[in-house]
Design a protein around this ligand. Structure first.
Ligand code: PMV
Length: 324
């Protein structure tokens, strides 16, 4: 039965071991497993209403009517799965602070997958929901779950999904997002990772090391060892960015302030503060640390950036339905 309207919330996640390259571009099957932490403060709320009187899908993102072929393709996939002809009105609000410059595609497609599938009358398991979210944006498949999550690469549409590693994180971890530039990224992740797969001579080594990195990250979480967790995550991010530098044409997401923040984090470590950085497809830095150290770190960061460029988050929950 078509339950024509549903609303869902999903949170962003940050990869500690990255996804950077696809084996299958249409189905978004990655080259390697990846591992992430879902965050509490940054999320997307999405309301989907199928309406037989509409002649096309309507997208309202943060109060503005938007056209987006990727979203249309995603809704076509939902319609195909539900054997449905109606178009839908989709209203989505990103609670990623507008100036945060953090990727919101993970929370956006996880929330849309949940709301659209429920509104279309599909009763998906979390595994099926993760597969569906993946078709919108790879990293979105991990935002179905809270806490620490692994995306199993699989080999086809049904076998590539995320599973929770630890949904309730009983560890006072935090992530400080340092926004050095809130403009749209120069090179989108889809294009950047494809250039890397096709041209970086180091790509096979990357795929190999991600396996070791995921095993080490899991051990670090079980042992609550912030230094091991942070070191693996930081080195994994640097390996991903080294792929970009070794691609043809080569490219980089780093900006001068990214490097300044990275240097400061390394300096804080020499002073005995356990803090480590990671960067995704953009210049902004996310610092992993223990809650007890967050204020010392943000204080030090204020030498480089202003207070309003800093956003603090803790481990967060998986996708959920909301009242509307
Ligand atoms: O899911 P996409 O297409 O936005 O790609 C995400 C890629 C990274 O954020 C750089 C890494 C990751 O695993 O999230």
């Amino acid at each position: 039965m078509l339950k024509a309207t549903a609303k869902a919330r999903a949170h962003t996640n940050i990869a500690l071991v990255k996804y950077w390259g696809k084996e299958n571009q249409e189905l978004i099957i990655p080259m390697n497993n990846s591992f992430s932490l879902t965050l509490d403060h940054f999320y997307t709320d999405t309301l989907v209403s199928f309406d037989e009187s509409l002649t096309a899908d309507e997208f309202i993102l943060n109060g503005q009517v938007t056209q987006d072929q990727k979203l249309v393709n995603f809704m076509n996939l939902v319609r195909q799965k539900a054997n449905l002809a109606s178009f839908a009105r989709i209203e989505s609000v990103n609670h990623v602070p507008t100036s945060a410059g953090l990727a919101s595609s993970a929370s956006a497609y996880a929330a849309l997958a949940k709301a659209a599938s429920v509104a279309a009358g599909l009763d998906l398991t979390n595994r099926q929901l993760s597969c569906l979210a993946r078709r919108g944006s790879g990293s979105a498949c991990r935002s179905i779950y809270g806490g620490f999550v692994e995306w199993l690469k699989g080999q086809d549409d049904e076998s590539s999904y995320a599973i929770p590693f630890m949904e309730q994180v009983d560890w006072d971890l935090q992530m400080i997002a340092v926004v050095v530039n809130n403009q749209a990224k120069k090179i989108g992740s889809r294009h950047g990772m494809q250039v890397v797969v096709e041209t970086s001579p180091y790509y096979p080594a990357w795929v190999e090391t991600t396996k070791k990195d995921i095993a080490a990250v899991k051990q670090a979480i079980i042992a609550k060892d912030i230094d091991q967790l942070g070191q693996i995550a930081e080195e994994n991010a640097m390996k991903m960015h080294a792929l970009n530098l070794s691609a043809s044409p080569h490219f980089s997401y780093f900006e001068p302030d990214s490097l300044r923040v990275m240097e400061l984090v390394a300096k804080l470590r020499t002073q005995g503060i356990s803090c480590y950085y990671t960067l995704d497809a953009g210049p902004n830095i996310k610092i992993i640390c223990l809650k007890e150290d967050t204020s010392k770190i943000t204080h030090a960061l204020e030498e480089i950036v202003s207070k309003d460029q800093l956003f603090i988050a803790s481990p967060g929950p998986g996708v959920s339905l909301l009242d509307y």
